[in-house]
Design a protein around this ligand. Structure first.
Ligand code: ISE
Length: 336
């Protein structure tokens, strides 16, 4: 693919998909939204509305197969990702796929194997924290070694409230999946085991009850994550690295502070869209630039598979109360 304008098809016009349609239209250069595919015609129409040249389709596969589509963004629910990704790999077009890659490790591995057989990285997983300025600064700090070796990560992941239908499994597969990915990315190593504890004296399947997820990594770094998706006050994602010679903290709400009427304070973002807006924008721009050259620039299908394996272990640990070791397939050469 050359340096021409990238013609993008968007599949899935729900909350994230609609947001991405606007992003592609308003804030990504060198790319143009040409089609939106969603089984719900109203949703597809609403996402395409007001974007010159963008049409609405009800069959996502029509978008994937269209001759005027050079690359696709997949923002549909995880359970329908696999056939879409396999079709994109078969056609040889780049994809930016919202997490999860697929809902389980076996199907994620099938995507990895299909891509490896094709011999080219085409699938990027939408782990947007890798593009957040604060997380990038933390990674750079760890990579320079200025603070010495990382020993521990303390993370907190809080949502104001969980959407209807959210389950305790989803605390892991929908929320902590981000910490699984950021841990691997920040430390540059794999997660080897996961344990989960729930707050309270009695076991409960209420997702509003906070849980503590603990991970171990290949070199022995210990990572703890507080996951609390009904914290009421707003959205907060923090990560503190404890290293041999110091600590580094991101997500500490360091924005503007006001002093007025005898009080001081700032504001907390209400959800992940405003908190990670800059990260989403950067992710899309970098992906579009890479897709114009025919590739990706972010988390790979292998990273998506690794996150899926960690999620399965986390859900198992949650159910059994036991420390669960991860079992990963052999990494194909493509993912070095
Ligand atoms: C949601 O799907 C996300 O990806 C958000 O980043 C996360 O904070 C939230 O817990 C998930 O439900």
């Amino acid at each position: 693919m050359s340096e021409h304008e990238l013609r993008v098809g968007l599949i899935g016009a729900g909350r994230m998909g609609a947001d991405h349609a606007r992003r592609l239209h308003e804030r990504v250069s060198g790319a143009r939204l040409v089609a939106v595919g969603d089984p719900d015609p109203d949703r597809a129409g609403a996402a395409a509305d007001g974007i010159p040249g963008a049409r609405a389709e009800t069959d996502p596969m029509t978008v994937l197969g269209a001759s005027d589509v050079d690359a696709v963004v997949v923002a549909s629910p995880g359970p329908v990702h696999e056939p879409l990704l396999l079709a994109a790999i078969d056609r040889g077009i780049p994809v930016l796929c919202e997490k999860p890659l697929t809902p389980d490790a076996k199907s994620s591995l099938r995507v990895v194997e299909a891509e490896a057989a094709r011999g080219r990285k085409l699938v990027q997983v939408g782990f947007m924290r890798r593009f957040d300025p604060e997380y990038l600064e933390l990674k750079e700090t760890l990579d320079t070694g200025a603070l010495g070796r990382p020993l521990l990560l303390h993370c907190a992941h809080r949502n104001a409230e969980h959407p209807p239908g959210f389950t305790t499994d989803m605390l892991i597969s929908d929320s902590v999946v981000h910490e699984f990915d950021t841990t691997r990315w920040l430390l540059g190593e794999d997660i080897t085991a996961v344990s989960v504890r729930q707050q309270g004296l009695e076991a409960s399947d209420d997702p509003a009850i906070p849980q503590i997820v603990t991970m171990e990594t290949a070199s022995g770094v210990l990572v703890d994550v507080e996951i609390f998706v009904q914290c009421r006050f707003g959205y907060q994602v923090r990560c503190e690295a404890v290293c041999e010679h110091g600590t580094a903290l991101v997500g500490a709400d360091a924005g503007m502070r006001t002093h007025s009427a005898g009080r001081w304070g700032g504001s907390v973002t209400p959800d992940f869209r405003p908190r990670f807006r800059q990260a989403f924008d950067a992710e899309f721009q970098r992906w579009a630039d890479a897709a114009r050259r025919g590739g990706i620039d972010g988390a790979s299908a292998w990273d998506g598979y690794a996150a899926a394996v960690a999620c399965e272990a986390g859900i198992d640990a949650q159910r059994t109360g036991r420390r669960t070791a991860l079992e990963m397939a052999e990494r194909p050469e493509l993912y070095g």
